[in-house]
Design a protein around this ligand. Structure first.
Ligand SMILES: Cc1ncc(C[n+]2csc(CCOP(=O)(O)OP(=O)(O)O)c2C)c(N)n1
Length: 556
């Protein structure tokens, strides 16, 4: 019943790991050849694969684990998907219903442990409930603000014979996932844009999740409004567009920060306005007279910033409705756009060149020259993530995947594998620091087993770079427990897993190594040994207002 339900919902790939409490499901698997099961090497890897699959396809990712330790290994992956609003179905085996609460072998309170990191969860004790629960779970995971739903199924329910009747769920009592934007509100928002002297639009993950990029572009162009994005919104607005402010926030671009700090109107679409966007909240956007917040989740309204105008609706629906009311910019808009151009020139993205070390930006720019706007880039967490966000010109949505809300190290490799399963026709690059990479490196076996064309770019700086930078910049240079010189030889590690690898230490060797990676069928790893002192700039010192951002003093 579990597997037929997955087929009914159009699932084609499941990431999973068997054990005593989910064996009945695994026993039935060979009878369902349409469901491709990927045996992961650790359940956390399975959760991130399902997440990467979902982000790359827009369809819910599915992961299966056994009870107790298997299920608990999913927690970080669920939290990662939950914070980034990614649709996922996690199926866990549970001990038999009559033994629940008896400390049975491999029993744990999975619902209790995951409740705060799932959109919803079910404990199934009767087989008859399986069809209804699955239909509801898919509905909940994929509608409104998407998120992971967990289904914990007792072993006796898996073994029982039950009534089968499957109806795809399209509504649930008490669950109103989406609201139509109120037309007066969107008209007011459009008027506010037209009347503002210094408007800025900020776009978050919600724009990408709801496919609202075309509407956003049209509104920006027709109203002459500059647009910045959050980290998860990168790609929601073309980075090289004349109105693009690029990434906002704590590690955003200088001209974006200047624009936000001087804007008189901020319209924020599909985003949470969290502390990575605002830095010290009391000093954020001090000149803003009006905030407009468009989000599908009513509970986001006023959570961090109280908007003057709340539009609770799906971003695409709200922006489509708004389009009709958008007016051309007033004549003085040119002044604001000129000012932004001046800031763009005064605060360009800079990096250190020619100091004898390999620079991460040189690696990323060479990758971009090859991939243009077509490849999927899955970044890990840390400096590598911010470099990958800033030094690649994303012009389309859905090509930059990373863990923004949770910032989960170890995300990139399994998420890249999941993305490749979902979009086999796309080139998929995994960009990671060596610290995060070794957290889930065992999933290399999955890439090798399935001959997946995933290219792994390690930006190896021999330390937990982002933490090392924080210690250097904000903690008086006391480097504490960030040294990673004792690490495996990554080329030999690749060899041990059965894939090819190269080490690159010099600028001249970047291109030949990338050539080889692209020529080689299947996975390929390049250990780029980069400048161990390379830092991410701009950055806002911890606890400071966003206007206090630091830049690289003498970069090119
Ligand atoms: C699972 C997890 N543990 C700890 C952290 C805290 N953290 C954030 S960035 C970072 C350093 C990452 O180092 P590395 O993977 O080598 O990447 P780099 O910053 O050097 O690019 C750490 C420890 C985290 N984000 N996730």
């Amino acid at each position: 019943m579990v597997l037929v339900a997955l087929e009914q919902e159009g699932v084609d790939v499941i990431f999973g790991y068997p054990g005593g409490a989910n064996l009945p499901i695994y026993q039935a698997l060979p009878d369902h050849p349409k469901l491709r099961h990927v045996l992961v090497r650790h359940e956390q890897g399975g959760a991130h694969m399902a997440d990467g699959y979902a982000r790359a396809t827009g369809k819910p990712g599915v992961v299966i684990a056994t009870s107790g330790p298997g299920a608990l290994n999913l927690v970080t992956g669920l939290a990662t998907a939950f914070m980034d609003s990614v649709p996922m179905i996690a199926i866990t085996g549970q001990v038999a219903s009559r033994t629940v609460g008896s400390d049975a072998f491999q029993e744990s309170d999975v619902i209790g442990c995951t409740q705060s990191v799932t959109k919803h969860s079910y404990l199934v004790t009767h087989a008859d409930d399986i069809p209804r629960v699955f239909a509801e779970a898919f509905h909940i995971a994929t509608t409104g603000r998407p998120g992971p739903v967990l289904i914990d199924i007792c072993k006796d329910a898996q073994q029982a014979v039950g009534e089968w009747e499957y109806t795809v769920c399209s509504a649930l009592p008490g669950y109103r996932p989406a609201f139509e934007a109120d037309l007066t509100q969107v008209e007011t928002a459009a008027e506010m844009l037209a009347n503002a002297r210094r408007p800025v639009i900020l776009a978050g993950h919600g724009v990408i999740l709801s496919h609202a990029e075309a509407e956003l572009l049209e509104i920006a162009e027709r109203s002459g409004t500059p647009v910045g994005t959050t980290l998860l919104g990168v790609g929601g607005f073309p980075t090289r567009h004349p109105l693009a402010l690029h990434m906002t926030g704590f590690m955003g671009t200088g001209w974006n920060i200047k624009a936000v700090q001087n804007a008189d109107l901020l319209m924020m679409v599909g985003m949470r306005i969290d502390d990575r966007v605002t830095a010290k909240l009391s000093e954020w956007a001090p000149r803003a007279e009006h905030y407009v917040h468009v989000d599908i989740d009513a509970s986001e309204m006023g959570k961090n910033v109280r908007p003057h105008l709340e539009v609770v609706a799906d971003a695409k629906q709200a922006l489509s409705a708004m389009k009709a009311f958008v007016k051309p910019p007033p004549p003085d808009r040119a002044e604001w756009l000129n000012q932004i151009e001046i800031w763009r020139e005064e605060h360009p993205l800079k990096y250190t060149k020619s100091n004898g070390h390999l620079q991460p930006q040189d690696v990323l720019m060479d990758m971009y020259r090859r991939c243009k706007d077509e490849a999927i880039v899955v970044a890990d967490v840390g400096q590598n993530q911010i470099w990958a966000a800033l030094w690649w010109n994303y012009s389309k949505p859905g090509l930059f995947i990373n863990s923004g809300g949770a910032g989960t190290m170890g995300f990139a490799l399994p998420a890249a594998i999941g993305a490749k399963f979902g979009r086999p026709e796309k080139d998929v690059w995994c960009v990671a620091g060596e610290g995060g990479f070794v957290m889930t490196a065992q999933e290399l076996s999955v890439a090798v087993e399935h001959k997946l064309d995933v290219k792994i770019v390690l930006l190896n700086n021999f330390s937990l770079g982002m933490v090392r930078q924080f210690q250097d910049d904000f903690y008086g240079g006391v480097r504490s427990q960030v040294d990673l010189t004792e690490m495996p030889d990554f080329v030999k590690l690749a060899d041990a897993y059965g894939l090819k690898g190269r080490r690159v230490e010099r600028f001249e060797d970047i291109a030949p190594a990338l050539d080889e990676a692209q020529r080689t069928k299947g996975p390929f790893l390049i250990d780029f040994q980069i400048d161990p002192e390379a830092n991410v700039y701009p950055i806002v010192p911890l606890g400071k207002g966003i206007s206090d951002f630091w830049e690289l003093p003498n970069g090119a």
